[in-house]
Design a protein around this ligand. Structure first.
Ligand code: CTP
Ligand code: MG
Length: 239
């Protein structure tokens, strides 16, 4: 069984002043989250979709799902204070609804609803890669040179671009692996927790598992600031 967790529990603070979180705003005539919902819905290898969303937007989200005829939604977990907490809430929800046999065979794909243009190809490749390697993340090459700085004012070191990748989602894992990694992460107190902001880094840190790469594409970029709406509208027209 392959389950997609679609994260929509963020507030979109880097968007500045908007009426609603970015995942509920309009992109090319439909809500941002409707784009990836449709892609997961139309992907034959996805069996279930678990949504993560703040209480106040659950009704709106279900309304969107209904309008776009999304049938695979199995539940809505509560948004957490951080992205990690939102992922964890969805995993705990899955823990409750899957039986032991399903847990053993389940592949979980965790995706940012703020990446509306994820393709079927990326999703299929994530499933295949997670089945073969237990853990994978979607990445693209870094086209820019990246430098490290500790004071935010001066360069410390120019990093080797050939070794640098930008991380996207989905990030996909066998259920037991990602659950146990997050279980260890959330067993720590706030002071003890390492600063990990995505799912693959939690798996790497706590389970010492190699996270394999699936190559994504530029279209799968994340809506973060207001100007990204214009960028994504243009990207959506490309094949
Ligand atoms: N997310 C979530 N729960 C959170 C934080 C983030 O489900 N507590 C989700 C967002 O809805 C988004 C994805 O994780 O789809 C990636 O996060 P990001 O782009 O950082 O979104 P926000 O946290 O909403 O934006 P910002 O960081 O600008 O506040
Ligand atoms: Mg955020």
């Amino acid at each position: 069984m392959n389950v997609a967790i679609l994260l929509a529990g963020g507030t979109g603070s880097r968007m500045g002043d908007t009426k609603k979180p970015k995942q509920f705003l309009n992109l090319c005539g439909k809500p941002v989250i409707a784009h990836s919902l449709e892609t997961f819905e139309n992907c034959k290898s996805i069996d279930k979709i678990i949504l993560v969303c703040a209480d106040e937007f659950k009704k709106e989200l279900l309304q969107i799902a209904k309008s776009y005829n999304i049938k695979k939604i199995t539940g809505i977990a509560n948004a957490g204070k951080t992205r990690s907490e939102s992922s964890w809430n969805a995993l705990c929800f899955l823990m409750e609804i899957l039986d032991e046999k399903q847990k053993d065979k389940c592949i979980v794909l965790i995706h940012d609803s703020a990446r509306p243009l994820v393709s079927k190809k990326i999703i299929e490749e994530n499933i295949e890669c997670a089945k073969n390697n237990f853990a994978c993340e979607t990445v693209i090459h870094s086209v820019d040179t990246i430098i490290q700085s500790f004071d935010r004012k001066t360069a410390y070191k120019t990093l080797n671009r050939n070794e640098l990748f930008l991380v996207q989602t989905p990030q996909s894992f066998t259920f037991n692996l990602i659950y146990s990694a997050y279980e260890k992460f959330f067993a720590l107190s706030e002071n003890e927790k390492p600063n990990l902001t995505d799912d693959a880094s939690v798996v790497q840190f706590f389970n010492n598992t190699k996270v394999h790469f699936v190559y994504g594409d530029k279209k799968n970029t994340k809506l973060t600031t207001k100007e990204d709406f214009a960028v994504l509208e243009i990207l959506s027209r490309l094949d």
